[in-house]
Design a binder for this molecule. Structure first.
Ligand SMILES: Nc1ncnc2c1ncn2[C@@H]1O[C@H](COP(=O)(O)OP(=O)(O)OP(=O)(O)O)[C@@H](O)[C@H]1O
Ligand code: SF4
Ligand SMILES: [Mg+2]
Length: 370
């Protein structure tokens, strides 16, 4: 049985004037120790899908589907049951640490409270463990900094404290939403390295939500590409970068600056805007922006299915990749030549291969079964 099994998760927001269909039928499985990246443009539903799984959404949200975690369906749990799962077995780290740290409580107190509540430690043991955790996440002079308030820490240190808090109860799953976006590159690298060590050493599963495909390449075994509230491509990280199958993913890969070329090379944005989630386009949701579209794309919604010529656990939502009547026109196409952007894929593939060779972290994971 999987650690996390999500089936047909849907989230909509009912406002006075309209209904926003933010997440539209997401399914995937996660095993202990798996690292999954979720990528996609702003507004595609990455955060709402993750927050929806954990029941952290405003009252206007309507959630459907199943989110099985350790034999329990999180969608059916009460608020207080969910709070206890979140504090202990599932930890969430947000982009802005100040949303999770209490500004008027000392760092040490915030850590020890969580340890005492969830692990039943006495005061002395909790203090000892809290100092050990701060030390583990690289806070210098941890026993002295224990009595500081959050505002006395730098942004990078607060992010580390958040990670220490998230890990204090040995969670089975950590959900990290854009946690390094606001940090400078050196701190970002240190925090990512820390997470990677933890995933390796404690078999904690990670879901990393990010705009940054470089982070996905370095940190995750599998990737889900999201567009307009749906997963449009899912694969092992190595296979997604080496063999991306649908035009939206080509657009995302085409928008990364070349890693081995001129520093200031401009990003190549995907033309057009993401769709209105109140009334999404008919057929394929990407069709208004897709330069490869055909009639079938406007008429019928493509299923998420295994494209021709890919690994078994690779799926994409595109008629052009599927061997069906009126489909299949993108099979065998070289996206590097066909895409609007410059040839950027080689650099990414080289980077992924280098990471795979250096530490073996980027390797195909267990197949996702829907
Ligand atoms: N509380 C809310 N009420 C109404 N609509 C919402 C609410 N929260 C999010 N949405 C809408 O749901 C959609 C998905 O938002 P979400 O925050 O998941 O995007 P995202 O992929 O995380 O983007 P970003 O990369 O900018 O964080 C967006 O269209 C957003 O406007
Ligand atoms: S289904 Fe059609 S419109 Fe959608 S991504 Fe594929 S080719 Fe483009
Ligand atoms: Mg978000």
């Amino acid at each position: 049985m999987s650690l996390l099994s999500v089936r047909d998760l849907k989230v909509r927001f009912e406002t006075r004037r309209s209904t926003i269909y933010a997440v539209n039928g997401i399914s995937f499985d996660l095993e202990p120790g798996d690292t999954l990246g979720i990528v996609g443009e702003s507004g595609c539903g990455k955060s709402v899908a993750s927050l929806g799984m954990l029941g952290i959404l405003p009252k206007t949200a309507r959630i459907e589907g199943r989110v099985m975690f350790d034999d329990r369906d999180l969608v059916q749990l009460s608020d207080s049951q969910l709070r206890s799962v979140r504090g202990k077995d599932i930890a969430m780290i947000f982009q802005d640490p100040m949303t999770s740290l209490n500004p008027v409580l000392k760092i040490g107190r915030q850590l020890t409270e969580s340890l005492r509540k969830h692990l039943g430690m006495d005061k002395a043991a909790a203090r000892e463990e809290a100092v050990r955790l701060l030390d583990q996440v690289g806070i210098p002079d941890a026993s002295e900094r224990f009595s500081d308030y959050p505002h006395q820490f730098s942004g990078g240190m607060r992010q580390r404290v958040m990670i220490a808090m998230a890990l204090s109860c040995n969670p089975k799953l950590v959900l990290a939403d854009e946690i390094t976006t606001a940090l400078d590159v050196t701190i970002q690298a240190q925090i990512l390295e820390l997470l990677r060590e933890l995933a390796r050493d404690s078999n904690t599963a990670f879901i990393l939500i990010t705009h940054d495909l470089g982070i996905v390449a370095r940190m995750t075994q599998r990737v889900h590409v999201m567009y307009a509230g749906q997963i449009v491509e899912k694969a092992s990280t190595a296979d997604l970068f080496a063999n991306p199958r649908m035009p939206y993913t080509w657009g995302l890969l085409g928008s990364i600056p070349r890693l081995d070329a001129v520093r200031q090379q401009r990003l190549v944005p995907i033309e057009g805007l993401p769709p209105d989630l109140v009334s999404p386009p008919s057929g394929c949701r990407f069709q208004p922006r897709c330069r490869y579209r055909r009639d079938i794309c406007r008429e019928q919604e493509p299923p998420l299915a295994r494209p021709v010529q890919t690994e078994e656990d690779h799926e994409a939502r595109c008629w052009g990749t599927q061997n069906v009547p009126n489909g299949g026109w993108l099979i065998g196409i070289d996206w590097r030549r066909g895409s609007a952007g410059p040839d950027l894929s080689g650099a990414v593939v080289r980077e992924v291969s280098a990471v795979s060779r250096s530490d073996g972290d980027v390797s195909p994971a267990a197949p996702a079964s829907d």
